[in-house]
Design a protein around this ligand. Sequence first.
Ligand code: PEP
Ligand code: MG
Length: 580
Amino acid sequence: MIVRKGIGVSAGVGIARGVILDAEEYDIPQRHVPVDRAKAELDRLDNAIATSRQEIVDLRDRTAEQLGKETASIFDFHLGMLDDESLHEKFSDTVLSGHVTAEYAVATVLRAYAREFDGMPQYLAERVKDVYDIEKRLLRNLIGQSRQSLTHLTKDVVVLAHDVTPSQTAGMDREHVRGLAVDAGGKTSHTAIVARTLGIPAVVGLNDVTSEATAGDTIIVDGYRGMVVIDPDEDTCREYEQYAEQQVAFSHSLEQLRDLPAATRDGHEMTLLGNIEFPDEVQAVLDKGGQGIGLYRTEFLYLGSDSEPSEEDHYKAYRKVLDACAGRPVVIRTLDLGADKYTQSRARVPERNPFLGLRSIRFCLQNLPMFRTQLRAILRAASGYEVSLLFPLISNMLELRQAKTIVRDISEDLEEEGIDHKPDMPIGMMVETPSAALQCNDFAREVDFFSIGTNDLVQYTLAVDRGNERVASLFTVAHPAVLRLIQETIRAGQRHGVSVSLCGEMAGDPTYTLLLIGLGLRVFSCAPPTIPEVKKIIRSTTLQHAREVARRVMGFDSDKETVNYLRAELRNILPEAYPE
Ligand code: PEP
Ligand code: MG
């Protein structure tokens, strides 16, 4: 049994057989092979080794021709391994003594082999990549066409991956993927956000869980506490099951709040909205008591398909959301493509620094036909509904004005064409760069509302990549610099009569609910599963108390002090939900 601590990003406990998703999505089940089938498995193994060997020889010869012998010598290690008799023996012994398939033997033996390089000097540690390369090649030659996709599964699994993209996560079979354990990533990476929205328990930032586990192992993913257990014993499984039951009981106890107002004990009402990525998530928001959609991340329309959506595709998706919301308010954010979403994998030359590159509104302003297609669809779909338009990643005034001008132009075009649309849509901007937050008084004169995106605001204020597990401990909304930017933005909104919502993951984190109320926030937009808990806290406090909490916090000079204090406050007001 191996226990690993990572970052819990999506609540819940999942226990199932592990599948390892590498770059090529191989799933190696631990299937039992009867004794009389063992010989056939060994033949398959020999064939795969021979085919892999031939492929590498061809590759080496081609490389030598094109790039010279020296470069081609990198394949000598691969050939050496494939010719290594002792490795062949280990493969065969595993098949024979473990009664397992050839692919399972290859994965087990090579993963153990790769682990031996851990802690060795850098030049040897680099060999790990070569070992995985060989594993991948052998598996491809063994599994061939029977590669299992995670979209349609027949059995429950926990997915272990070095890294997964938001679209891979979005495509996972929601019924059978019971958990996700990922080496890379941070709390607000888009993969984490998607897992949370889909309700798949997830732990990220585990560093090397994929090399410690073997496909077929039983895996526990505890998304509440950020733990992953590989090959647990029975007692441990039982403990986790009990813990999960307690948590589920707490969630059920919150269900009774669904139709009650999100008001403090002294009667100050908050608005609780939900964040969605796909139209069919609206129901989850409403089921949890959300009063509308505060952030619709429309870029996921691109991430789910290989071709660019047409105006009609956009229109249909927006109408679906609006109809499902049945008159409740909806904030549609324009495409936030770029960085970790969509553009890099398709770019001829990927950007060196994509989070500081051509993403979001910048990408849209440089791809006007695409931007105009989306805006036409939004304006058309919005006719007769309560819809607002939100621009992401505004970092200077010109961008905002350009985007607004394009909306005006499109509205005029639609008017001339006699096409039904909403001409006077409220326009807002994300405050998710320090420049936007610092210039919020100027921006407040130009927009109808602000939506604070703390995920990016933290990343850009603290210079910490939101998806990098190596700096995950530095990523915190509790940093005094971030809190001051949030406070200033809320104050600017109050000063100018511009409404302010907060749609970063902070909005759904119970630790910060009191503080945000105290800072003057009145609109929270959260991942659907987090809505009831935030409501519970709102209903358990008073505005006066929350203001006092905020006053104290704004006097602290470190994030640790803030977090400790806020957790203690939470325990004070709801001791049964947050025990010591
Ligand atoms: C944010 O940055 O806080 C935000 C809500 O936007 P996203 O997570 O989609 O970048
Ligand atoms: Mg953002």
